[in-house]
Ligand binder design. Structure first.
Ligand code: BTN
Length: 272
């Protein structure tokens, strides 16, 4: 494991490995050895990258950004509310700063996917996995960055920053004066900067403004949605209008034909 020189606003080390099973497990091992709040482990390749709901996270070697940040809180109750959604917001803001031409095309899909496109045609470009163990939180982020092609089963659903840019700005180069090695590091720096500010300020919930920022980027905000409750194989669907996000990060939907909003903590929006 190599220590790399990268600006980390959490004031903690950033480690790099060429190949790992999953940065989530490396980060847990670092935590067990006493690593500090804000320690980051980044890898070029994961043999067993994992996503939400037990899905695998597979990406091409050396093309993308994959890392996990360790956040240590004094008590479980100190863990920021809606941490995964706020992480999605931080990643979306960082991607917009990374490639300003994408501003307006970066969306956060509840609970924590970052999409590129429009509400009617958006593809996933980043996934977030938040795991915890008492008051330790492991935030894993995978961003499809330079990968040009995706396997058949993902082609309609996934895009990288590069593939989306190439499709939407034909004939133009991605405006990054960087090598393949430098691009993920620059994006990592930006994500850490936004993550630090999104999670640190403000402490008082009544002063919190993350929901407002998020709602400007919320996938299908105010539109008709189909929501699958609970586990990934759930057959329990709610059709309705996406009303917004609650203080705890829950998804608020007004079901068709009803006026009373429903609040959901677990489940997934269907992309259609
Ligand atoms: C999802 O979309 O379901 C979440 C995907 C999270 C992938 C990242 S890549 C870095 C970190 N290590 C993992 O094994 N998973 C997360």
């Amino acid at each position: 494991m190599k220590l790399i020189d990268l600006a980390n606003p959490f004031d903690a080390p950033v480690y790099h490995e060429e190949a790992v099973d999953s940065t989530m497990d490396c980060c847990r091992a670092l935590a067990a050895e006493g690593a500090a709040h804000g320690t980051v482990i980044l890898a070029d390749f994961q043999e067993k990258g994992r996503g939400r709901q037990g899905r695998p996270w597979k990406t091409e070697k050396g093309q993308n950004l994959m890392f996990t940040v360790l956040l240590r809180y004094p008590e479980f109750c100190d863990i920021p509310m809606a941490i995964s959604l706020r992480t999605g917001l931080a990643a979306a803001l960082a991607i917009e700063e990374f490639v300003p031409a994408l501003a307006g095309s970066v969306l956060v899909k509840w609970p924590n996917d970052v999409m590129l496109g429009t509400a009617s045609l958006a593809k996933k470009t980043a996934g977030i996995l938040v795991e915890s163990e008492s008051a330790n939180v492991y935030i894993g982020i995978g961003v499809n960055l330079l990968q040009r092609f995706f396997p058949n089963d993902l082609e309609d659903k996934a895009a990288s920053i590069l593939s989306f840019f190439a499709r939407n700005f034909p004939g133009q180069e991605l405006p990054l004066p960087l090598t393949k090695k430098e691009a993920p590091l620059l994006l990592l720096e930006k994500i850490l900067a936004f993550l630090h500010s999104e999670l640190t300020y403000p402490k008082a919930p009544e002063e919190s403004t993350w929901k407002k920022r998020l709602e400007t980027k919320l996938y299908k905000y105010g539109e008709s949605v189909i929501f699958a409750e609970g586990a990934s194989d759930s057959q329990k669907f709610t059709h309705g209008r996406l009303e917004g996000i609650g203080e705890g990060g829950e998804l608020i939907i007004i079901p068709e034909g009803k006026t009373k909003p429903m609040h959901f903590m677990n489940g997934e929006l269907r992309v259609y």
